[in-house]
Design a protein around this ligand. Structure first.
Ligand SMILES: [Zn+2]
Length: 173
């Protein structure tokens, strides 16, 4: 094991060992490649907490252990930030800032991690992971793992948090 198991933020205890790394393989296909059969393109606005002309903000639902996890998706099908036309890329920066601000101002939030992974679905999506303040074990990128470990946030609290964020975004627009 690397010394990661000594980190205060490592979520697991006990005997562990890294999995063996397999030889190189072809890259797996991603969901919705090229916009074909893309579930995010097909989803109606009603599935989203907030939308505008360019972006749609999706809220995951409990069971999540973090106080709020949201995804910002481009309205049109793009694969990566580098694929956006300049005007849309500039607007993306504005919306990332507004959403990060709106979530970070919720009560009891220590940090909002803004992350982009793209290995599952191709449709461009940004993660916003709010971690609670006052729990040093939850610092850093293991927060994404802790989200599956912590007891789920009550749905009522989750929905209140979503509504506050939406109200703030509407006020900022
Ligand atoms: Zn799509």
């Amino acid at each position: 094991m690397p010394p990661v198991e000594e980190w205060d933020t490592f979520p697991f205890d006990g005997d562990m060992r890294p999995r063996e790394l397999r030889p190189p393989e072809p890259e797996p296909k991603r969901h919705g490649e090229g916009g074909v059969d893309c579930g995010r393109c097909a989803a109606p606005d009603s599935e989203y907490a907030w939308t505008d002309d360019n972006w749609r903000l999706y809220s995951l639902k409990p069971p999540n252990g973090l106080p709020l996890v949201m995804l910002m998706e481009s309205r049109e099908h793009y694969s990566a930030p580098g694929d956006l036309p300049d005007e849309l890329a500039a607007d993306q920066g504005l919306q990332l800032a507004r959403i990060e601000r709106a979530i970070s101002e919720l009560d009891g939030i220590g940090r909002v991690h803004v992350c982009r992974w793209g290995d599952g679905g191709e449709h461009l999506h940004w993660w916003f992971m709010a971690r609670p303040e006052g729990f040093p074990q939850l610092l850093g990128n293991f927060a994404a793992i802790w989200d599956d470990i912590l007891p789920p946030v009550p749905e009522e609290i989750w929905n209140q948090n979503v509504q506050i964020v939406v109200d703030r975004l509407n006020a900022a627009a």
